[in-house]
Design a protein around this ligand. Structure first.
Ligand SMILES: NC(=O)C1=CN([C@@H]2O[C@H](COP(=O)(O)OP(=O)(O)OC[C@H]3O[C@@H](n4cnc5c(N)ncnc54)[C@H](OP(=O)(O)O)[C@@H]3O)[C@@H](O)[C@H]2O)C=CC1
Ligand SMILES: CC(C)(CO)C(=O)C(=O)O
Length: 304
């Protein structure tokens, strides 16, 4: 049995895929209003894909109600992880497994610190999902969930169960470089899409010489974290992502357009703090961060 904490885009995508695979799962909703609304809609979740809609019944509950949680998928935004984990802390026993799906870095380390007795797994997700309404998730892009244990343990048995059920996931012996690579890619693409209000494919033209300068700095940062194997191919990796996602609106641009809080603190914020701790001077990265903070402030959005 899996509990999925956070009934947003990725939480509902996970719940739908688990239900589709016949793996028992329950959603943990934020409050009684959300729970009543879910139950009034028949606890029915719709997974929408190009091939059509599939409907699943997925029970839901509140954080402070219910049985012990053995396997928890945390599907909140990065800035909400700590509070979300606090809300279920009494239901997590020693040895409970907690899978974190958040973009960026920083929330994973906070979760690890908060849960010394549990097994905390990190994931990097390339699926694309969005909510058409509170009970309908649109699976816009099929991707892969790469997951691992930062303490380098062996995979839990359920990883094979998920794979056998057709859920695209892969165990990584060393998950941190995977997360750092995604962070660097996001730092290279997302800020320009937000500042220029452009699709990913327009970044090359609009960022101009700033992009190669930034890539050099991100390579320096990755090397300072002993990740030369990620640093060296970074420019090619970024060009590849730009080409493959040319028509996409980055998550940061989407958040800005919707007036939602961004995950900037877990992307540029984390990168800048790591650079400073390593005593690196990365002026292009710092400038981009400052410009983004100014943009957020001008829209009255949180700067962290
Ligand atoms: N969507 C996608 O395609 C992808 C997302 N990701 C990453 O996955 C993470 C989740 O993203 P996404 O699903 O899009 O975000 P959403 O905002 O769609 O979903 C987050 C959900 O968590 C809920 N939540 C937050 N705090 C709590 C809490 N304490 N108790 C219960 N529920 C809570 C929110 O509820 P409420 O609305 O009430 O705040 C919301 O429903 C992010 O880090 C994102 O970067 C990564 C790859 C792809
Ligand atoms: C890779 C990229 C930039 C794709 O849009 C992404 O992960 C995001 O938008 O956050």
């Amino acid at each position: 049995m899996f509990h999925v904490l956070g009934a947003g885009s990725l939480g509902l995508l996970w719940a739908a895929r688990l239900a589709c695979a016949g793996i028992e799962c329950r959603l943990i909703l934020r409050d009684q209003t959300a729970l009543s609304a879910w139950e009034a809609a028949g606890s029915c979740l719709t997974l929408r894909q190009a091939e059509g809609d599939q409907r699943f019944t997925v029970p839901a509950e509140l954080a402070d109600q219910g049985e012990p949680i053995h396997r928890l998928v945390v599907a909140t935004k990065a800035y909400a992880v700590t509070d979300a984990l606090d809300s279920v802390a009494t239901r997590l026993g020693p040895g409970s497994e907690v899978l974190l799906l958040q973009n960026g870095l920083g929330s994973q380390q906070a979760a690890n610190d908060a849960l010394p007795l549990q097994r905390v797994l990190y994931a990097s997700v390339t699926d694309g999902a969005w909510l058409a309404d509170r009970c309908t998730v649109v699976w816009a892009g099929r991707g892969l969930t790469r997951m691992g244990d930062p303490r380098h343990g062996t995979p839990p048995g359920w990883v094979e169960d998920l794979q056998a059920a057709g859920i695209a996931c892969q165990w990584e012996v060393d998950i941190l470089p995977v997360l750092w690579e995604k962070l660097a890619v996001n730092c290279a693409i997302n800020p320009f899409t937000a500042l220029h209000d452009c699709a990913n494919g327009e970044v090359l033209a609009l960022a101009g010489a700033r992009l190669p300068d930034l890539l050099l700095e991100l390579q320096t940062l990755l090397s300072s974290q002993h990740m030369d194997h990620v640093a060296e191919p970074l420019p090619a990796t970024v060009m590849d992502v730009i080409a493959r996602t040319a028509g996409n609106s980055s998550s940061m641009r989407q958040d800005l357009a919707a007036g939602r809080r961004t995950e900037i603190d877990y992307l540029l914020g984390f990168a800048c703090r790591s650079a400073r701790s390593a005593q690196l001077q990365l002026p292009q990265l710092e400038r981009l961060y400052a410009e983004l903070l100014a943009l957020l402030a001008s829209r009255d959005l949180p700067v962290s």
